[in-house]
Design a protein around this ligand. Structure first.
Ligand code: KG4
Ligand code: ZN
Length: 377
């Protein structure tokens, strides 16, 4: 069964065709990042206009690559930016009606948790199907979300921990903006931190080489936990404030003297060693906070797998640390390929195959900008 998946929840206009829930036949992603870069973040009106301009071309290309015929149309209906979601949902409704095929609405975050199971057309899958790897612990970590999800069986989701404020990607992006490194911050922070650790001889980061930033552990009993255990939740607002204070106390960080030691990150990017140390320390605080919560969650239940998805799961340090955490806990870790970590239509089409019997009244569905993992309808 071939399903077309459409994704427009944020700043990627994406469409893909996936066979039987895992095999990616076509995958087209148009990223709007350059349009939002001057503003240091995603501007909803610009996103929605760009989706309108690009959606036909992106969907058309995915359909053509797949041979023009699909058995269903799946679409992200939440969570995300309302004006952006509307573009994808309307396009999907129109297309499903004209092709006379079912419409399957999909939750974006649940889609991210499906990405490690995708494989490319003609390949042999490297891992078993999701139904074979439950109970699993899911970590959805992106620019909009950071949550730990208990998946007792495939298709059942319960949030057991989450961020109380900023998502991890947001924390990366805000720090990058503050440090004058540009948008999006995650990839740049990752590259700078990697170069910094390499400059230390590739040894594992240790306290002596890092600024001690807070690790985001919320206090037990705070109301924002809403009944979730503090050991499975994170809060990045204190970390952000700590970085701001650190920078304010060191004006030379943003305005370094000409003779400040430099670190060459790439051919086109060099930063001062002090900037690199700050960036690497900030990343380490986020990575260790997340790893700590994942470790605690893995200890609470006999899981078979740790499934990780979302843009921040591209972070090289996070991947290495989580791999070690999973190894220590004796569970399999499933990480998506780089091209499926960010937003894409393949994850939507793939998950839809597993949900294809659930579609009811799909054509009357509206966008759900605040949809939670595990919500239905
Ligand atoms: O999943 P995604 O494409 O969109 C959302 O659903 O939010 O995630 C985008 C986020 C951005 O905040 C971006 O800075 C972050 O993922 N990101 C990274 C890396 N690559 C992208 N964060 C850390 N390290 C990276 N290598
Ligand atoms: Zn996403």
């Amino acid at each position: 069964m071939l399903i077309l998946g459409i994704e427009t929840s944020c700043d990627e206009t994406a469409a893909a065709v996936v066979k039987d829930g895992r095999e990616v036949v076509a995958n087209v992603v148009y990223t709007q990042i350059p349009l939002h870069q001057p503003y240091g973040g995603v501007v909803p009106e610009i996103a929605s206009r760009a989706h309108v301009e690009k959606i036909s071309e992106v969907v058309g290309e995915a359909l053509r690559t797949a041979g023009g015929r699909v058995d269903a149309v799946a679409v992200t209906y939440g969570p995300g930016l309302s004006p952006a979601l509307i573009v994808g949902l309307n396009a999907a409704k129109g297309l499903a009606k004209s092709l006379k095929v079912p419409l399957i609405p999909v939750n974006h975050i649940e889609g991210h948790l499906h990405t490690p199971f995708l494989f490319d057309c003609g390949e042999t899958p490297a891992v078993a199907g999701p139904e074979m790897l439950v109970p699993a612990l899911g970590l959805a970590i992106s620019g909009g979300h950071t949550c730990l999800v208990d998946m007792p069986e495939y298709g059942r989701y319960e949030i057991i921990g989450q961020t109380l404020d900023d998502a991890a990607g947001e924390a990366f992006d805000k720090a990058s903006k503050l440090l004058g490194l540009g948008y999006p911050g995650g990839p740049k922070v990752d590259r700078i931190a990697k170069a910094y650790f390499q400059s230390l001889g590739g040894k594992p980061p240790c306290a002596a080489n890092l600024v001690a930033f807070p690790k985001g552990r919320p206090r037990d009993g705070v109301t924002a936990l809403a009944g979730l255990p503090a050991e499975l939740c994170v809060s990045f607002s204190g970390l952000k404030t700590a970085l701001l204070r650190y920078v304010q106390q060191r004006p030379e960080l943003l305005d370094p003297p000409a003779d400040a030691p430099q670190l060459e990150v790439t051919d086109t990017l060099a930063v001062t060693t002090e900037m690199a140390r700050t960036v690497a320390s900030y990343q380490e605080a986020i990575v260790q906070a997340v790893a700590d919560r994942v470790r605690a969650a893995l200890a609470r239940r006999d899981y078979r797998a740790l499934v990780v998805g979302g843009g921040v799961s591209l972070n090289s340090r996070l991947r290495a640390v989580l791999t070690e955490v999973a190894r220590e806990a004796g569970v399999e870790i499933l990480l998506a390929r780089a091209k499926y970590c960010g937003d894409n239509g393949a994850m939507i089409a793939a998950l839809a195959w597993y949900r294809r019997n659930l579609e009811a009244e799909a054509f009357s569905i509206d966008v759900a900008p605040s949809l939670e993992v595990g919500d239905v309808g």
